[in-house]
Design a protein around this ligand. Structure first.
Ligand SMILES: Cc1cc2nc3c(=O)[nH]c(=O)nc-3n(C[C@H](O)[C@H](O)[C@H](O)COP(=O)(O)OP(=O)(O)OC[C@H]3O[C@@H](n4cnc5c(N)ncnc54)[C@H](O)[C@@H]3O)c2cc1C
Length: 378
């Protein structure tokens, strides 16, 4: 067993493991499934600036490149933001996760599949590996075990108790614009929105999120009937997406949380890959400083400050939009369109960093009509 034991062989746990192995620490990863990267429960959209800023080479995991987005309000008003270059990649999540797996393995991490964490108490992990139970003494434990995190439940049972949307996604055949992602707001997706992420002009990942307690499967049926009646379903999946304000409470004793387990997704979109990977950098740095220089693990909070600032902006955006009724949403979109938001976002928009364009609005007199809305999210 490693000095550092990471629960969850998703991209965030594996990235954290690779960074720590690179620093020379004995690192183990425990993944409950038999194959890393399966099952896939993701639309696989990542911003070009975000992923390239992390130095991640996507290689053959890129399925499609998109140049913009169309946003539809409940009453059918729309905005189109289009750049003349690639702004985001649609990736194959299986190949993406496998990339992180191969890197971590190459750097010497001990990666165990079919190895499920059952419980964690102080420094003891109770694992079930290929059906056999075992206790492991762990010097440092990282909970990278996703939205349902057992590690989080063990150390902070109340954290993000209700901060989730239930997501349902289908892969569907039909006719799609391969250069555009679509976002649809309406009563079919209470508490969130529906998305269409094209793999090509004939296949797309169509998904939506709904508030806890709503039936995501029924919502998807309604959405497809209303908006994509000709889509032919190829496969279905459902999962939780954490939608929460950033938490400062992510370390207890020798245990840290990262990625979806720590709620590190953009609340405005549900995207968690870029921010989770950034947080994995902060997590690995905190652990390395602790083991090498006796710095406290509680420094993790400070190391997450820049990430949390941006996540907090996403939370405010989400809370603002979610607080609008359909009429208010329609009127905001109409107002934004009149103020030239499409051209503005085409120039300054960044799907990961709303703070960049929010501030710029203050310096664009044409946009001042949107100031009340912007100020509520700042
Ligand atoms: C429908 C949907 C669409 C999404 N679309 C996007 C998108 O387009 N772009 C984007 O950036 N993000 C998207 N996300 C979010 C993204 O998938 C997550 O943020 C990302 O997968 C987080 O990575 P992670 O490694 O933290 O968690 P995960 O990828 O969930 O990995 C956690 C791993 O831990 C394992 N595990 C769990 N419990 C245990 C246990 N007890 N013992 C051992 N192993 C365990 C799991 O099997 C899993 O492999 C989407 C999510 C959903 C549900």
């Amino acid at each position: 067993m490693g000095v550092i034991n990471i629960i969850g062989g998703g991209p965030i746990g594996l990235h954290c493991a690779a960074l720590l192995a690179e620093e020379g620490f004995e690192t183990s990863v425990f993944e409950e499934h038999s194959t890393i990267g399966r099952p896939v429960q993701c639309a696989g959209l990542v911003s070009k600036t975000g992923i390239e800023g992390l130095g991640v080479e996507l290689g053959n995991s890129i399925v499609n490149e998109v140049k913009g987005a169309r946003i539809f309000s409940p009453g059918g008003k729309s905005l189109e933001i289009k750049k003349n270059k690639t702004v985001a990649y649609v990736i194959d999540r299986y190949l993406f996760d496998q990339m992180f797996y191969k890197k971590a393995k190459r750097l010497g991490c001990d990666i165990r599949t079919e190895s499920k964490l059952i419980d964690v108490r102080n420094n003891s992990l109770f694992m079930q590996t290929k059906g056999r139970g075992e206790f492991i003494k762990s010097q440092i434990t990282v909970g990278a075990d996703g939205a349902h995190s057992i590690v989080r439940h063990a150390i902070f049972p109340k954290l993000f108790e209700k901060n989730f949307v239930q997501a349902f996604q289908v892969r569907a055949a039909g006719r799609f614009d391969k250069e555009f992602v679509e976002l649809h707001f309406g009563e079919f997706a209470p508490g969130f929105f529906a998305w269409v992420v094209p793999e090509s002009s004939t296949v797309a990942r169509i998904g939506l999120g709904v508030s806890p307690g709503e039936n995501a499967g029924n919502s998807m049926k309604e959405f497809l009937e209303k908006k994509k009646p000709n889509a032919r379903i190829l496969s279905k999946s459902s999962a939780l997406i954490p939608i929460a304000p950033p938490s400062k409470q992510l370390v207890l004793g020798n245990t840290l949380l990262v990625g979806d387990a720590a709620g590190q997704t953009k609340a405005s979109t549900g995207g968690g890959l870029v921010f989770g990977l950034k947080a994995a950098n902060a997590c690995a740095e905190t652990i390395a400083n602790h083991l090498k220089h006796k710095k406290p693990l509680a420094d993790y909070s400070r190391n997450l400050q820049a990430i949390n600032k941006e996540l907090s902006m996403h939370w405010k955006l989400y809370s603002y939009i979610n607080g609008l009724n359909p009429k208010q949403f329609d009127s905001l979109i109409a107002k934004a369109k009149d103020a030239g938001i499409e051209e503005f976002l085409t120039e300054y928009g960044d799907m990961d960093k709303p703070s960049l364009f929010m501030k710029k609005i203050l310096f664009k007199p044409k946009m001042w009509g949107l100031l009340p809305a912007v100020l509520k999210t700042m």
